[in-house]
Every structure is written in C-alpha cells, then in structure tokens.
Design a protein around this ligand. Structure first.
Ligand code: HSE
Length: 436
C-alpha cells in the first residue's frame, strides 16, 4: 500500500520531535498503523534555521497554505501553536477533506466546538492528544480506556512550569520571581509567562479534559483561573508543617448541581502521590465510579514526549481513515448529539476546605474573634498554628485550616475577619483538597 502523506505545519520543538520519532521508529510505527507514514511536506518560516531533526526527503515550504492545499496530503499536523493563522489553516484543511492532528490546546479550548462541528460535517478526524499533558495519553484514557465509567472528578498537575516553580520554592525556600526566571531560562515556560503562572495554559487543558470527561461542550470562558504568583515560601512552609504540599491544580468535578471547573493553587495532603510529583512533570488523577482513582504521570512538554502523542494520533487516524465516520471515536468522547448541558457552577457554589494565613496583633482575644466569625458562617476549624512573635515584633502569623465550606460563605467570613482591628493585613487564603 502507498504511504500516507502527512503535511507538517511547524518544524520547531514539537514538529522537529515528530520528524525525529517518525524517522527513528518508522518501521515499528508502520507495523502498528498498517501503512507507512511519510512526512512529505513541511511549512517552516525559516528553511535555513538549524533544527533538531534531519529534513532530508521533506519538501520545505515557506507558505503554510502550500501544505493545506496540496491534494496529495491526507493528514495535516498543526504544530505552530497560537490561534491565528492556526485556526484558519485547520479549518482550511478540514474543508479540503483532510484529517488534522494538532498539539494546540488554546485552539481546541477556544474554537474546538466549531472545529469539531466542521470536521464532523466533512467526515474527517481532528486528533489532539498532544494538546493536554504532553506525552501522557490522557485523552485516550478518558475517551476510550475509562469509557465504562461515570467520571466523578479529574484533578491534575497540567502545567509543568508552575510545578517546577512550586517544587523549587519548597525544596530551596526561594521566592516565586527568582524561580520563574530560572524556568524561563530553561525554556519550558510559554513565550508569555503569564500563560503559565496565571493558570491560562492549565485552563486551556482543563477545558478539554472536562469536556471529554463529562460529555459537555468546551467552555474555556467558564473556567475559574487563579495563578501561583501570590504563593510565598512561608505558605509552602506552613503547609508542610500541617502535612500538605501546595500544587497548582486543574480540577473538574461533577457536583450535585453542575460541574466545577477551576484552576488554582491548592493544598494537597503530602501523602498523596499527586503531592509528590515534582519539577516539570505532569500528573492527572481521574476518579471513575467503577475503577476508583487512577493516576497518570509523565512529561507534559518537550520535543519527543509531545511528539509521542502527535505520532500516536497519526497512527490512530491512519488506522481508521477508511472507516465510516460513525464508527470512529467521537471527538469529545460522547456522541455530538448526546452532549450534556450541565451548568458550570459559579465559584460561590464550589465547596472546598481552606488554608487561611492572617497577620494579627499579638494580644488576647484575637483568635477567639476570628473563630467566632468562622463559627457564625458555619465554618469549622480543622487545625491552627500560631507562632510566637519575633523579638521586637507585635504582629504574629496565624494559620488556620478549615473544613469544607461553600466559597460564598468563606467570602463573607473573610470580609468580616479583615475588618477586625486586630487583623493587620489582607487575609491570604488557599483552597485545600484532600482528593479522597
Ligand atoms: N508551558 C507548558 C507547561 C508547556 O509548562 O506545562 C506544555 O503545554
């Protein structure tokens, strides 16, 4: 049989890794796919640039539409990232009846509903394993491996940069800004660091995970997103003292009245495997009603780990490209006409436990005042740390852990606590999940 011709859009880290993996494992991959996969054409802005792969045998073009419009190309792999022109190119490929493989999380999170609708109308596939958690095959897990389950929740470390920063802050007691600079120098942070540290990158990925876990449309604009920029080495130390680690998590949970979709720093019991995922590694815990909790761990970025996911998608597409579209796995795991309109809950409705750090005057009755306000809002205290004042200081840190409570009740309590004359600075709170 003729090789399947693939066109690459982008020959950077992921594109270069894809060429390298296909060149090295081509025979093994052909045995799996049933046909040889051949990268026939690749778009690159600068054909002369040194790259991590050999481009021998690949026609290099400087206009991406030369790939998309080539009638010989059966699958377009979009690896340029960003929204435009990636969206136009992906839709252009779909209109021409080509299958698409993409690593573009922002594109899928923001425009996936439209892209999948067009792809279904044209009977082509759009595969996006590489868009979430790099080399971890979490899309396949949720879409196929756990298809017998009612998924209860998904919680993941899905941004390696945040995890690297929080790990280094904990291990070395360093401040956020200093460690961020190091992450940027090491090259795995996004071009705009706010995408990582403000949680936007994780929110893109969580949008995709939630859609395929619960069979809901992609709803990026409904994700609550909070970054890690306000986490201090002191918070990390106090959390450790109480038996917790602080992780940047993406959480999607099926609650009584809807779905929770949130990205934020979170205390996690130190004994959980997820709490022990360090550095740039990613990990996702999926709780299904039948299987219970399952954990998936691996590199969330990098040339060959991401290429591993891209090539797996190429193999999947090649295996079923001649099958009837109805017999393929649906893009969002559930049949398009069976998507649910479960609402995404506002944060006020979300229930979590909390870590609270206050700076208070060292005088009688302060703890009692704070405890009274919490009790008035039905918030139960789980643990307390109060440090002795340092010599010459009249203010002390007061750390509290609370039981689970609705965020709206905590908001009301915090507003009152901050008005107490003995409370000397805005209260600092971090959500806490036991992940039981
Ligand atoms: N900037 C991302 C991260 C890379 O740090 O995880 C992969 O999406």
């Amino acid at each position: 049989m003729e090789p399947v011709k693939i066109g690459l859009l982008g020959l950077g880290t992921v594109g270069g890794g894809t060429v390298r993996v296909l060149a090295r494992n081509g025979r093994e991959i052909a045995r799996r796919a049933g046909r040889e996969l051949m990268i026939a054409k690749a778009f690159t802005r600068d054909p002369k640039k040194p790259r991590i792969c050999s481009t021998a045998g690949i026609e290099l073009v400087s206009d991406p539409w030369q790939v998309v419009e080539d009638p010989e190309i059966a699958i377009v792999a979009e690896l340029i990232g960003g929204l435009s022109p990636a969206k136009e190119l992906v839709l252009g490929a779909i209109e021409r009846g080509k299958h698409v493989v993409t690593a573009n999380k922002a594109l899928i999170a923001l425009h996936g509903n439209e892209i999948f609708a067009r792809a279904s109308a044209k009977g082509v596939m759009v595969a996006f394993e590489a868009a979430v958690a790099g080399g971890i095959p979490i899309i396949k897990v949720l879409r196929e491996g756990l298809a017998g389950n009612r998924i209860e929740w998904v919680a993941g470390i899905i941004n390696g940069t945040c995890n690297f920063i929080l790990s280094a802050m904990r291990e070395e007691g360093r401040a956020f800004a200093e460690v961020l600079k190091e992450a940027q120098a090491q090259g795995f942070a996004e071009a705009d660091p706010s995408f990582d540290v403000d949680g936007i990158d994780a929110a893109h990925k969580l949008t995709i995970l939630a859609a395929i876990a619960f069979g809901i449309p992609l709803q990026f604009d409904r994700v609550y997103t909070e970054g890690i920029t306000r986490i201090t080495p002191e918070d990390i130390r106090y959390a450790e003292e109480l038996g917790y680690r602080i992780k940047a998590l993406g959480i999607a949970r099926r609650a009584k009245n809807g779905i929770e979709l949130r990205v934020h720093p979170c205390l996690v019991p130190a004994r959980r495997l997820l709490a022990n995922v360090e550095g740039v590694m990613n990990a996702v815990v999926v709780k299904g009603d039948a299987v219970g909790p399952t954990l998936y761990y691996g590199p969330g970025a990098g040339a060959e780990p991401t290429a591993s996911a891209v090539v797996a998608d190429l193999v999947d597409v090649v295996r079923v490209m001649t099958a009837d579209p109805e017999n393929r796995v649906p893009h969002l795991a559930f049949q398009p006409d069976a998507l649910s309109d479960l609402p995404i809950l506002p944060m006020g409705e979300v229930e979590t436990a909390y870590y609270l750090r206050l700076k208070v005057a060292d005088q009688p009755g302060v703890l009692a005042d704070v405890a009274r306000i919490l009790a008035d809002h039905q918030i139960s205290i789980e643990a307390v740390i109060q440090k002795e004042p340092k010599s010459g200081q009249e203010e002390v840190p007061l750390i509290l852990l609370t039981h689970r409570v609705k965020e709206s009740a905590m908001d009301a309590a915090v507003a009152k606590i901050e008005r107490l004359p003995s409370v000397k600075a805005p209260l600092h709170r971090i959500r806490l999940e036991t992940l039981e």
